[in-house]
Design a binder for this molecule. Structure first.
Ligand SMILES: Nc1ncnc2c1ncn2[C@@H]1O[C@H](COP(=O)(O)OP(=O)(O)OP(=O)(O)O)[C@@H](O)[C@H]1O
Length: 505
C-alpha cells in the first residue's frame, strides 16, 4: 500500500484559506490502517428538556434546545460503564471491533422466532451498536433512544428487533409502529429487513407507504408501516392510516429527517397527528450539532449513543482523491480510465444534479461503458426496477444523486466515486454528513471498500479539505495519469474486500 498522504499538506498551495480555518496539518493517524474508536453510551436518568410541536421559532425553544444538546452529548449524564474503546484496525478479525461483541442475541431475551430470523440471515452476534442499543430499547417501561453509529454497522436490525418485540400480533391489521425514511428506496429496503428478520414471526404484517404504493381511499392494514414522510402524512390526513393504537415511531437517517430545511417539517407535523407514543427511536450515522437539539425535542428523555466526530468514518473504507486538473473533461476521462475497476464488484458514482447524472450516463453508454442512472426525476417504478438491477448485479455501475446517498445497503459495492464533492447551501458549503453517507455505501459491515473524490480547482480542493479536516482523515492521492498504478492500488483493496465477505456469512 502506498503511503497515505495528507490532502491538506500536499496541496496546501491550491487551497483557499478561510479566515477562520483551523491549522491545516491533519495528522495521518486517521488513515484506515490504524484507528481507535470510542463509542459512548449515555443512559438518561434525568429528563431532557422537552418541547412538543413546532420547535423552530421561539427564543425559549432555542434555549431549551441548547440544554438538550448538552445533555445528548452526555456532559451531565454520561455513564462511564458504557464507555467503550475498540480497535478498528482490522474489522474483519477483531472481535472487539464495533461490529461484534461477546454478547449474544440470545442473551437479549428476544423471542425465539426473531432469533430464528436473525440466525437465518447469518447474524451470529450483535454488532456493537446492536449490543449497546438493544438492551436499552427493549427494557420496560420503553424509553426513547437516539442512536448513532458508523454506516453499515447494523442500525436497521437494532430498531427492527425492537419494533418486532413490541408488537401485539393479535392486532395485525392495525398500525402499531411507524418507521420513516428519507427515500422510497430506503423505505422499501427497511420493509424487506422486517420481512426477513420477521419471517418466522407468525402474523407479522408490514407495508411500505411510499408514493404510489397505497391506493387512494384504501385503508392501510398492517401492524408495521415503513414510509416516506410526505406519503405517510397524507395517508394520516386522509384517514387511510389509523393511528389510534400506534405506539412506536422510528426515524431512520434521523438527522436528515429532522433537518429544518428539508423533511423536518413533515416529520414534526406527522408526529403531531399521532397519539401519545410509547417509544421514539432516532437512528443515524451523523447527528450534526444543529440537529441535535431538534432530535432531543423530538425524542424527549432519550437514552443516547453518540460517537465522537473524528470516529465517524469506517476504517475499512480507503478514502482517496484524484486531482482532475482540467475539470469536467478530466473527470469524465478518469471514470473511463477507472471503468475496469468500477465493474469489479459494483460501484456508485455520486453527482450533484439530475441533469449531470443523465449527461454522464449517456456519454459513458455512448462510449461503450454500461452504466445506469437513478434520481428523483425518474418514475417510482423505474427507480425500483433500476435499483433492483443494481442490487442483483445486472447493472454494475450506478450514477445517482444524493437521493441514494443514505442507508442503501448493497453489499457488493466496492467503490464509491464522488464525481462532485457534496456541498450544501447557496454558498456551496462542504456537506460533510453527505460525504460520510455517500462513502458509507461501500465498506458495509466490515467489508473493505474504496472511495475516490474528484477535485479539480481551488474551490473543490478547499471543500474536500474541510471535510477531511472535520473527520480527521488523511486522503490518499491517486495520480490521474498513472492508470495502471491506480488500477493496481484499487484492485488490491477490492480483492481484500472479497475476502471480507465471508466474515458475516
Ligand atoms: N449482527 C449482524 N451480523 C451480520 N450482519 C449484520 C448484522 N447486523 C447487520 N448486518 C448486516 O450489515 C449490513 C449493514 O446493516 P445496516 O444497513 O443496518 O447498516 P446501517 O448501520 O443502518 O448503515 P447506514 O448508516 O448506512 O444506514 C446489512 O447488510 C445487514 O444485513
Amino acid at each position: 500500500m502506498s503511503e497515505s498522504t495528507n490532502l491538506l499538506g500536499s496541496l496546501a498551495d491550491r487551497i483557499p484559506k478561510p479566515t477562520d480555518s483551523k491549522p491545516t496539518d491533519v495528522p495521518a493517524t486517521g488513515s484506515w490502517a490504524d484507528e481507535t474508536a470510542s463509542l459512548t453510551t449515555t443512559t438518561n436518568t434525568a429528563p431532557y428538556p422537552s418541547v412538543d410541536g413546532d420547535v423552530k421559532d421561539t427564543p425559549t425553544e432555542i434555549s431549551q434546545a441548547d440544554g438538550a444538546t448538552e445533555a445528548m452529548e452526555g456532559s451531565a449524564l454520561e455513564d462511564p460503564e458504557h464507555e467503550v474503546k475498540v480497535t478498528l484496525a482490522d474489522l474483519q478479525h477483531d472481535i472487539n471491533s464495533p461490529l461484534f461483541s461477546t454478547q449474544s442475541f440470545k442473551e437479549l431475551n428476544i423471542s425465539d422466532h426473531i432469533l430464528q430470523g436473525l440466525y437465518a440471515m447469518g447474524y451470529r452476534k450483535p454488532s456493537k451498536i446492536q449490543q449497546k442499543s438493544l438492551p436499552l430499547m427493549l427494557s420496560d417501561p420503553p424509553r426513547n433512544m437516539i442512536a448513532q453509529s458508523q454506516s453499515g454497522t447494523g442500525k436497521t436490525a437494532a430498531f427492527v428487533i425492537t419494533i418486532l418485540s413490541r408488537m401485539d400480533f393479535k392486532r395485525n391489521t392495525t398500525p402499531q409502529a411507524l418507521v420513516l425514511a428519507p427515500s422510497r428506496e430506503l423505505a422499501r429496503q427497511i420493509e424487506g429487513v422486517f420481512q426477513t428478520i420477521g419471517r418466522f414471526v407468525e402474523g407479522l404484517t408490514v407495508v411500505a407507504a411510499i408514493p404510489g404504493s397505497i391506493q387512494r381511499g384504501a385503508p392501510v392494514q398492517a401492524m408495521v408501516i415503513v414510509g416516506t414522510p410526505g406519503t405517510v402524512m397524507d395517508l394520516i390526513k386522509r384517514r387511510q392510516l389509523d393511528t389510534s393504537i400506534l405506539k412506536v415511531m422510528t426515524l431512520d437517517e434521523a438527522d436528515n429527517m429532522l433537518d429544518q430545511q428539508g423533511l423536518g417539517e413533515h416529520c414534526m407535523r406527522t408526529k403531531q397527528m399521532l397519539p401519545q407514543l410509547n417509544q421514539i427511536l432516532l437512528f443515524s450515522a451523523t447527528f450534526p450539532d444543529e440537529v441535535k437539539a431538534y432530535a432531543a425535542q423530538f425524542a424527549p428523555n432519550a437514552n443516547a449513543i453518540t460517537l465522537e466526530r473524528d470516529r465517524l468514518t469506517v476504517s475499512g473504507i480507503k478514502q482517496m482523491y484524484m486531482d482532475c486538473i482540467n475539470g469536467e473533461a478530466d473527470k469524465f476521462q478518469a471514470i473511463v480510465d477507472l471503468y475496469q475497476c468500477l465493474t469489479v464488484g459494483s460501484s456508485i458514482i455520486f453527482v450533484k444534479t439530475r441533469s449531470s447524472a443523465d449527461r454522464i450516463a449517456e456519454a459513458l453508454n455512448k462510449a461503450g461503458h454500461k452504466v445506469v442512472a437513478v434520481h428523483g426525476a425518474f418514475e417510482g417504478a423505474d427507480r425500483d426496477r433500476i435499483l433492483q438491477e443494481f442490487r442483483d448485479g445486472v447493472a454494475k455501475v450506478l450514477i445517482t444523486t444524493n437521493v441514494l446517498a443514505r442507508g442503501i445497503d448493497v453489499q457488493s459495492v466496492t467503490m464509491v466515486i464522488n464525481y462532485d464533492i457534496p456541498t450544501k447551501g447557496r454558498n456551496d458549503e462542504p456537506d460533510a454528513e453527505t460525504y460520510l453517507h455517500r462513502i458509507g455505501r461501500t465498506g458495509r459491515f466490515g467489508r473493505v471498500g474504496v472511495s475516490i473524490s474528484f477535485v479539480f480547482d481551488r474551490k473543490s480542493f478547499g471543500i474536500l479539505s474541510q471535510i477531511a479536516e472535520q473527520y480527521n482523515i488523511a486522503l490518499q492521492p491517486l495520480n490521474p495519469t498513472d492508470i495502471d498504478g491506480n488500477e493496481r492500488i484499487i484492485q488490491r483493496i477490492i480483492k481484500s474486500s472479497r475476502a471480507g465477505v465471508n466474515l458475516t456469512n
